[in-house]
Design a protein around this ligand. Structure first.
Ligand code: PSV
Ligand code: MN
Length: 399
């Protein structure tokens, strides 16, 4: 790589720099409504002053994230946490603030009936109830103009022999088919997998292979979503990303960071190199298109929520910029030559590039402050919500 040819981004050759900026202009990062509410661990939820009390207030906060970053125009909802009487009115409220409602996340994990599972429950009455909720989510997509329905199932078993593993797969397939057939034109179903938790012996959709097999049977509207916190430690997530892209089944990401399990920390905080490697495979595999949804799925237990989401969006942007900076020509040449160290070096050159000046310049071109964190701090929004959002019930898990 030619080093130092650009004033503020060493390593980025000027033409590459402009191409990278053009590509970054097309990127959108979806923020999750639940990240604006209170969350915690099973030990304690530390409430924060100013946290939204309604889905409308969550959108007000999301509008701040978008206003300062310029790349977060959609907000994912979680039903029933974001239940309102009039979803079209919620969508209109979003639009007035320059936002759109994004993915509809279903929730079949917080009802007493789901103790032994939702769509895989041995009891057909419970299964019908769960499928009914998923169909309601499709109705909501119609009212909000959402494209994607995200399905994550906590279903699984805690003990060997507790239930029949194969029968549970059959029940899952049947439920997915019913929902798939109800999807409208332009709708997609994103099936999320998770290794464990809350089930500790066998989760019914534990890995990308299981999710992929179900999606393949269902049809092209069924896509796999990769939550970066849902794998065993050490899993090569970028390989999964490359494989799903090759097969045309990568619907999107739930980005977050983990040190141990499904920690849901800020994206790019624990392992920025992993996020870069993932984004490199996205770029390499032609996944840098609206067909791959870049969503955040995280919880801010101890840090202030809005700035944490701004930071996460910026971390995704930085990883993307670095991935876009990889000198594909030099890398391909080194790979063809079997030149291990040069090939690795090309990748590391991009990763080690400080892309913050490039992103700052891009934001200035968009008429934004180059430093979204500082701009938010100065905006007075935090003080305002702390003062104004008094009384009522703060949003959080289950609200
Ligand atoms: C499950 O851990 C998950 O990642 C799913 O995406 C849910 O929708 C989300 O968390 C919020 O519960
Ligand atoms: Mn998730």
């Amino acid at each position: 790589m030619t080093a130092g040819t650009s004033k503020d981004t060493p390593g980025a050759r000027p033409p590459a720099r402009e191409a990278v900026k053009a590509a970054l202009t097309t990127q959108a990062v979806e923020t999750p409504s639940w990240a604006y509410g209170n969350s915690g661990t099973r030990f304690k939820v530390f409430a924060q002053p100013g946290v939204p009390r309604t889905p409308f207030e969550k959108l007000d906060d999301a509008a701040q994230v978008h206003a300062h970053t310029g790349v977060a125009p959609t907000v994912a909802l979680h039903i029933p946490w974001d239940r309102v009487d009039d979803y079209a009115a919620l969508a209109a409220y979003a639009e007035e603030r320059g936002l759109r409602i994004g993915t509809i996340n279903s929730n079949v994990f917080q009802d007493d009936d789901y103790k032994l599972g939702s769509v895989t429950n041995p009891d057909p009455v419970v299964r019908r109830k769960a499928v009914g909720h998923l169909l309601t989510c499709v109705d909501i997509m119609e009212a909000t103009g959402s494209r994607d329905l995200k399905l994550w199932f906590s279903d699984g078993t805690n003990y060997p022999g507790q239930d029949d593993l194969r029968a549970r797969q059959d029940r899952l397939a049947e439920a997915l088919r019913t929902v798939y057939d109800r999807l409208g034109d332009g709708h997609r179903m994103l099936l999320e997998y998770k290794l464990f938790e809350p089930a500790f012996y066998a989760t019914d959709v534990p890995d990308w292979g299981t999710a992929y097999a179900h999606c393949l049977k269902l049809g092209p509207k069924a896509q796999v979503v990769v939550d970066t916190g849902h794998h065993a430690p050490g899993t090569n997530i970028e390989f999964i990303v490359a494989t799903l892209l090759r097969e045309g089944r990568l619907g999107g990401f739930d980005f977050n960071s983990r040190f141990y399990a499904d920690d849901d920390l800020m994206a790019g905080a624990a392992d920025p190199f992993q996020l870069f490697r993932i984004m490199y495979e996205v770029v390499r595999g032609g996944g840098f298109t609206p067909d791959v949804a870049f969503m955040l799925d995280q919880c801010h237990n101890i840090e202030a929520k809005i700035p944490a989401i701004i930071r996460s969006v910026m971390n995704v942007q930085e990883a993307t910029a670095k991935a876009l900076l990889v000198d594909a020509e030099a890398l391909g040449e080194a790979q063809r030559d079997g030149d291990v160290l040069t090939a690795h070096g090309v990748l590391m050159d991009a990763f080690n590039t400080d892309v913050r000046p490039l992103l700052g310049a891009l934001r200035e071109e968009w008429g934004l402050d180059p430093d979204p964190m500082a701009a938010y701090r100065r905006s007075g929004w935090q003080e305002r919500i702390v003062k104004e959002r008094v009384g009522g019930e703060q949003a959080g898990w289950g609200a």
